[in-house]
Design a protein around this ligand. Structure first.
Ligand code: C2E
Ligand code: MG
Ligand code: MG
Length: 596
């Protein structure tokens, strides 16, 4: 029962304030609060004024007496004879009623209006509920927007990652790009400074990539770069990083290196992957690469420094082509020498530092001088005589080859005129033509003008071009050579045997002379296989109706063998080193006594 009352919100303990209320009840008439006395049978024994107002109460009911809380509390108090308290709502007000059992005869009930408190509590509860509701709603909203925000952050992160990947990736090959490998190098360097880790950087580029682009088109060029990317990746370890820096330049970062020998082995592996032909537009092509190597921490301690050293080493490797080179300080000083040369070459012409020497060409059968090859020299004020092998590539690279080439043409023809004036009007002058000159649209026009100017017959002029230069744009070469031929000028293929030595190319080119490279003549008197090789070249040239010239003839044995093999002309130190214009005349005058 007590429990039931508790559930109904009826308090069963009598608080202290009840005693005061009981005292108040001793003056019921003056009491503004209601007071009842109810008999144990439920009959009303007494009510003050206020109680009467409340008790009469509600329409169609017995007012307070029908209130379930009242009834239950009263019954409990009568039965237990223990005082009890309950809060009862009545006619819009709340009363706390104190039920006091008196001598088992009746129960005094003292009411107190607690509406204000109850209302305040209710209002507080409502406000709390409202607040709680708002908090819940706001929390939901916050959670929702939080979720949205998280999704946005996630999407942002994804697009950032995509962007990062893009800015780190070479679009064509899918390899990392220059930025990526530079960042990785920086990371490795910061790690390695603590762990004393060693690693290597390879810097590669393809030999003659431009030729592929020019002859087969850019799509084939792109295809080649993709194939190269795949081959490079398969040539190194999975832990190594391959990147494309741009154009035909690639780089590889090799981690965990223990020795230079290990690096060399990997470099050789990379080079040799290029020894299998590349298939481009259905054709097989032989493309090689050059590779420069720098080592951390031996050569440099920054990414930029490592790139610079690898680039310097690459420059060295390119001299040989299809090879690698490890950075050395000596290469670096060689490069600064090159910088000096390229700087000074710009003023070499105007300072009259260039000159032509003439090396006699001798008819092997008659032993007569039939002409000369003009060979350029640069008298450098600091380095002395600089070889054309050294400065012609610089001139080509720095856009100086055309003015120098024009000067050679003019100087060669002026010399022919001078020699003719000295009574030697049947000599032929061979001039080496750089590929840059060959591409000059005005070449034919310039040649005609110079021949005219110095009154030189076209048959007195011969141009030498190399086999490898004709590879670059064979059709253009055939066209220009044909023009020369039409003018009466012959063209020789120089250094034959060192390049592709392609028979079909030889057949296509309207050349008149084949110059056998001096490297085959050198050991020719001792090595039988070299003789066989020269024999094959001479026979082949004869088949095509070409005149043969052997370069680098240094010994009488060379002359004897060459004559035996049917070679037409010889050129080399055995006859004479390259001579000045006037020394050449002196040589001519004593030739019969000198040539044996
Ligand atoms: P090249 O046209 O094959 O010239 C032959 C080279 O062999 C010359 O070297 C010549 O001095 C050298 N030589 C001749 N006989 C002998 C010999 O018996 N033994 C040895 N060991 N060498 C001999 P040089 O003058 O140093 O020229 C080298 C290359 O530079 C030439 O090779 C040519 O490709 C280029 N060159 C020279 N002069 C010119 C030029 O005026 N214009 C262009 N574009 N290139 C030139
Ligand atoms: Mg030559
Ligand atoms: Mg040559």
């Amino acid at each position: 029962m007590l429990e039931q009352l508790n559930k109904l919100g009826v308090a069963v303990n009598v608080p202290k304030e009840s005693v005061d209320m009981h005292n108040m009840a001793t003056f019921p008439g003056e009491n503004p609060q209601p007071v009842w006395r109810i008999g144990t049978d439920g009959s009303v024994l007494f009510m003050n004024k206020k109680a009467e107002q409340l008790s009469a109460g509600l329409e169609g009911s017995k007012g307070i007496f029908s209130h379930p809380v009242w009834q239950q509390t009263l019954a409990l108090v009568i039965k237990s004879q223990k005082n009890c308290e309950a809060e009862i709502d009545l006619q819009g007000s709340w009363f706390r009623c104190m039920f006091v059992a008196v001598n088992k005869a009746y129960v005094n009930i003292y009411g107190a209006d607690v509406t204000a408190r109850i209302m305040a509590t209710l209002a507080l509860k409502q406000a709390n509920a409202l607040l709680e509701d708002r908090v819940v709603r706001r929390t939901c909203e916050l959670e929702e927007s939080n979720e949205k925000l998280l999704a946005e952050i996630e999407a942002h992160k994804r697009s950032e990652e995509k962007l990062r990947q893009l800015s780190y990736q070479d679009e064509l090959t899918g390899l990392g790009n220059r930025r990526y490998i530079s960042d990785r190098l920086d990371q490795m360097i910061s790690l390695s400074s603590r762990q004393t880790n060693h690693f290597a950087l390879f810097f590669l580029d393809l030999d003659h990539f431009k030729q592929i682009n020019d002859s087969l088109g850019h799509d084939a060029g792109d295809d080649l770069l993709k194939q190269v990317a795949t081959r490079l990746q398969s040539a190194v370890r999975t832990s190594d990083l391959v990147a494309r820096l741009g154009g035909d330049e690639f780089a590889i970062m090799l981690e965990g290196i223990h020795s230079e020998a290990e690096v060399i082995k990997i470099a050789q592996g990379v080079i040799s992957t290029f020894h299998h032909a590349f298939y481009l537009s259905g054709e097989s092509n032989h493309i090689y690469c050059s590779l420069g190597i720098s080592l951390f921490p031996d050569h440099a301690k920054t990414a930029t420094g490592l790139f610079k050293c690898a680039d310097i080493a690459l420059y060295k490797a390119k001299e040989l082509r299809d090879s690698y080179s490890i950075y050395r300080d000596s290469i670096s000083s060689e490069l600064s020498h090159l910088h000096r040369l390229s700087h000074d070459l710009h003023t070499a012409l105007e300072k009259n530092q260039l000159c032509l020497l003439y090396q006699p060409k001798v008819d092997l059968a008659s032993q007569k001088v039939v002409g000369a090859e003009a060979l350029i020299r640069w008298n450098h004020p600091r380095y002395g005589v600089v070889s054309p092998l050294e400065f012609i590539p610089i001139a080509e690279h720095h856009g100086l080859m055309l003015p120098i080439g024009d000067w050679i043409l003019e100087q060669g023809c002026r010399t022919l005129q001078n020699w003719a004036a000295a009574g030697h009007d049947r000599l032929c002058m061979a001039l080496n033509l750089s590929p840059i000159q060959f591409r000059d649209e005005r070449l034919l026009e310039k040649v005609s003008a110079v021949l005219e100017k110095y009154q030189v017959a076209p048959a007195q002029l011969e141009f030498e071009i190399t086999e490898s230069q004709t590879m670059e744009n064979p059709d253009k070469h055939i066209q220009v050579i044909q023009h020369f031929l039409d003018m009466g000028i012959s063209v020789a293929m120089d250094d034959f045997g060192t390049g592709y030595s392609s028979l079909s190319r030889l057949k296509e080119m309207p050349i008149s002379t084949l110059k056998i490279d001096q490297s085959f003549i050198k050991n020719f008197h001792r090595v039988r296989s070299e003789r066989v090789f020269v024999q094959v070249i001479i026979n082949m040239a004869k088949m095509f109706g070409l005149t043969t010239v052997a370069e680098g003839v240094e010994r009488q044995e060379h002359v004897d063998f060459l004559k035996e093999l049917g070679c037409d002309i010889g050129q080399g130190h055995h006859f004479s080193k390259p001579l000045s214009e006037t020394d050449f005349l002196a040589f001519l005058s004593q030739q019969s006594s000198c040539i044996g």
